[in-house]
Design a binder for this molecule. Structure first.
Ligand SMILES: *Cc1c(COP(=O)(O)O)cnc(C)c1O
Length: 390
């Protein structure tokens, strides 16, 4: 069908896009060139290293300003943020939550932490994320509204929510998903862990649904070391998220009063200090990442058997991790390329194994997943660090 991939040509093409002093490059490394050391040192100098400290509030305020969200609540990592998002959106034990099978395991685990069941949906090649049209067709077949609640007729369980994930920074086509969720009464919660700095139709990702979780892990576009956040425009949800992430303690002077089982999910000040410095750099980082991708995309036009994945017309992506999309869906051919690139000092990796193929989630309900299955064997991530754009 397609021309055979020339490994040496792929390697040379990648290298032609990298600076002369980075002809070997890891997949993604953080970059600290602003106030990171100054702010972290300030935490140590003043003794404010843990969850009480002014950088946590500053980080939340900056994040709300940058994304345009009314509220931001910092969390200890992205997985914890997603857990809280699902809880405050109303997900309960025994519910089903629709998520893509093509995602990092945190999406599925967050559902599991609620005692809920992941229900796997297919992806589309245009966005690498959830396919709203295929999902609508599927749900019209297996689901129905009973007393205003969406029921899976096959399992008898409530389908409570949908959690799309913006893969490698590329926004899912949200408008049709918003419509579908309104029609069949599903809570729309976004896994925006990878899409800090990505926009859907001019609006930051994470604000199309009711609430969203972000990640600031060490390999993400900007980092707090480990960390995450929740963003929402809903005051009640924001207040409840803050409450649940801070052990559900109610203010009562010196006393320790907790009104439910909460979580110790608050981000420490040390991490928030790093985050404040990183958020100062974020607009410049996104611009540089987009430049690197443009360079890759132009260079790979001359290569047969693969192309660079680029954003949909409605999207402005942060291009967190660059995607070289192979023509052929063949795991062995993909792995041979990965072996060759890594042996030559180019950090490259495949996309995650599909969630429904992991033994721990193999028994979960799912729709047919032809596109996710096809994409899983074709995606190769190549070096994407901000400083590679120099
Ligand atoms: C990074 C990531 C998360 C959150 O990860 P943490 O390491 O817990 O911050 C969640 N979902 C996806 C898709 C991710 O890539």
């Amino acid at each position: 069908m397609s021309a055979r991939l020339d490994h040496q040509q792929v390697l040379d093409t990648i290298r032609s896009c990298l600076p002369a002093d980075h002809q070997s490059a890891a997949l993604h490394e953080p970059l600290f060139l602003g106030n990171e050391w100054k702010y972290v040192k300030d935490c140590i100098d003043t003794g404010w290293v843990s969850t009480a400290g002014e950088y946590v509030g500053r980080f939340e305020k900056m994040l709300a300003e940058y994304t345009g969200a009314k509220y931001a609540v910092a969390a200890v990592n992205g997985t914890a943020a997603l857990h809280i998002c699902l809880l405050v959106a109303g997900v309960r034990a025994g519910d089903e939550v629709l998520i893509p099978s093509l995602t990092f395991i945190a999406t599925a685990n967050a559902v599991n932490y609620c005692g809920a069941i992941p229900h796997f949906a297919d992806s589309e090649e245009r966005t690498l994320g959830l396919d709203p049209a295929a999902l609508a067709v599927y749900l019209r077949d297996i689901a129905e509204l009973r007393d205003g609640v969406c029921i899976n007729r096959k399992t008898g369980r409530v389908i409570r929510a949908v959690m799309p994930m913006h893969t490698f920074g590329h926004p899912v086509d949200m408008d049709p998903l918003v419509d579908l969720c309104e029609e069949i009464h599903l809570a729309l919660v976004e896994d925006a862990a990878e899409s800090v700095g990505s926009y859907y139709k001019g609006r930051h990702t994470g604000l199309q649904g009711v609430i969203a979780g972000l990640s600031f892990n060490g390999n993400k576009t900007v980092t707090t070391g480990g960390g995450g956040a929740i963003i929402t425009n809903d005051e009640k949800l924001a207040r409840r998220a803050k409450h649940l992430t801070t052990t559900a303690r109610t203010p009562r002077g010196y006393e320790f009063v907790h009104d439910e089982v909460g979580f110790n999910y608050r981000l420490p000040n040390l991490n928030a200090a790093l985050g404040v410095a990183q958020l100062e750099e974020l607009p410049a980082f996104v611009a540089r990442k987009r430049r690197l991708t443009a360079r890759y995309a132009a260079a790979f036009r001359g290569v047969s058997g693969a192309r660079m994945f680029t954003e949909a017309p409605f999207a402005k992506s942060n291009y967190w991790l660059n995607v070289l999309l192979l023509d052929e869906s063949d795991v062995r051919a993909r792995n041979a390329l990965l072996d060759f690139l890594n042996a030559n000092g180019i950090g490259a990796r495949p996309v995650w194994n599909l969630m429904h193929e992991l033994p721990l989630y193999a028994d979960c309900p799912r729709m047919n997943l032809p596109v996710a299955t096809n994409l899983a064997a074709r995606i190769v991530n190549i070096p994407s660090s901000v400083f590679l754009s120099d």
